[in-house]
Design a protein around this ligand. Sequence first.
Ligand SMILES: Nc1ncnc2c1ncn2[C@@H]1O[C@H](COP(=O)(O)OP(=O)(O)OP(=O)(O)O)[C@@H](O)[C@H]1O
Length: 245
Amino acid sequence: MAIIEVRHLTKRFGPKVVLRGLDLSVAEGEFVALLGPNGAGKTTLLRILASLSKPTLGEVWIAGYRLSDQAAWVRRRLGVVSHQPLLYGDLSAEENLRFYARLYGLKNAEARVREILNLVGLWARRRDLVRTFSRGMQQRLAIGRAILHDPEVLLLDEPHTGLDQEACDMLDHLLRQVAALGRTVVMTSHDLARAADLASRFDVLSGGRIQASARREDLAGDALLTFYRQALIPDPNVVSERAQA
Ligand SMILES: Nc1ncnc2c1ncn2[C@@H]1O[C@H](COP(=O)(O)OP(=O)(O)OP(=O)(O)O)[C@@H](O)[C@H]1O
């Protein structure tokens, strides 16, 4: 079985259907860029995978565990980076990681904290308070926090938002290192150029389903933009709202 398996996932918010019987299968070690227009449901899908939101219908398996009745097992296999970095500004980088290491009950906590600080390029700033960090440094530390317990899957919701060019480049370097460690990554993105540089696979979410999926090797040159545009379908919510008007 794939490391992430999603079958017939539906998510409604009141009358609004955001995900409509979505199927998704991600193999171990893939780096999936989840693309789609604003409001397509990318964050909703990621939140369901992260067990932060419950599906209306459908099932999700992660690393062989079923989310609906084995959520605690699923959480141990996941790292999640959302819009909130989940860091304490009044603690140093090192103290933040130690705190999470205790929360995860890691045995080799000190060695792991050291390893992560080096990986995310913050060893020299380890004793500085997180509130003095730039947004890019905070984002790298947030990723360090998310992978501290060595999860098999890393979920990232628009990790480049609000970062300048240099911070984006440093983030990409870190994400490539994480991927090179064999981790499976699912990242939502609006930035096709960045996604094209990083991901091994591109999935387009539109109309509540994955409309198209392509591997990096199948898209030559600037073919990603054409692939993306062709995969979009009109938002069924907007269509039905117009029909009612
Ligand atoms: N808790 C909620 N209650 C009601 N509606 C919601 C809720 N969460 C999301 N939605 C709606 O679901 C739809 C999908 O939202 P979502 O944030 O998943 O889209 P997205 O693809 O991540 O968009 P963006 O690219 O703008 O971040 C939107 O119309 C949004 O308003």
